[in-house]
Design a protein around this ligand. Sequence first.
Ligand code: C2E
Ligand code: CA
Ligand code: CA
Ligand code: CA
Length: 286
Amino acid sequence: AKDGGGNRYELADPDSDARAIDRHSLTTRLPGALERDEFFLEYQPLIRMSDGRVDGAEALVRWHHPVHGRLGPDRFIPLAEHTGLIVPLGRWVLEQAVRQACTWEKQLAAIGKVRDPAQPLRVNVNLSPRQLHHPDLVSDTVAVLETAGVEPSTLCLEVTESALIGADEDELKPLRQLAEMGVEIALDDFGTGYSNLANLRRLPATTLKLDRSFTQGLQKHPADPVDVTFVGGIVSLAHALGLRVTVEGVETEAQAHQLRELGCDTAQGWYYARPAPPEEIGCWTK
Ligand code: C2E
Ligand code: CA
Ligand code: CA
Ligand code: CA
């Protein structure tokens, strides 16, 4: 069948027939997309709230589809996860992102801005459940870090809480091994799953990424007191467990201010910067 043209993807069309066609055209193109070099990464800075400095950046994958143009990850990651393509795609993302971190490090060194080795410029990479449970996760990650010649702490792997729900000690072992090597582990979209505080203690995480939905409640002026209490409570708990807190989806100055007051460590969102191609991220030098 032929792929449909046009910009149907821009429409929030609930029509299931249209979606079935879309899905078909994505399904047929997806398997070869990696070989055809159709994926690319954008990066969104993570800002240290204490001094406004850039702490690192999250790599976010996009697909340049030959017919439909640029597609966001929500359109194809679930499909890639379903078909298993996520494993080679995820490895490609990891490789690219770590290589990019290395490039940034060299660029900073070239202008005399050497970072404290204890706080390298970090790249955050999202891991799908399928990657998480893949037997080569540890060896692949080690190989990528060694090839690029960067410290393990240059990398932060983001895993969703829901991917870890119910994981037993054996299933957590690869992540624990990586954490012991110095790779940072962030619990992504924290607060959206069936958060289990007892569970939190036994996960090898170094950072909590508080989901955007919590940040949204702080947008109002004055902020919703329940949201303030809630976020403040999570921050205290996280700090008590030795975890850093990153907040995502910060869109306004008021939110940024409130979240800093509440003790959040790092922030990410349109208020600071939108995801952008690596060469467009000029704020590293600040
Ligand atoms: P995520 O990990 O929660 O990533 C954050 C998403 O929030 C990104 O959407 C980002 O563009 C968006 N965002 C950032 N700041 C703001 C803001 O201030 N306001 C709002 N409304 N949104 C903001 P994006 O790039 O569309 O990615 C969507 C999801 O796709 C990601 O959610 C992540 O779960 C997944 N994803 C992206 N790249 C990868 C990847 O390489 N591998 C895997 N497995 N998943 C990926
Ligand atoms: Ca993420
Ligand atoms: Ca997230
Ligand atoms: Ca999300």
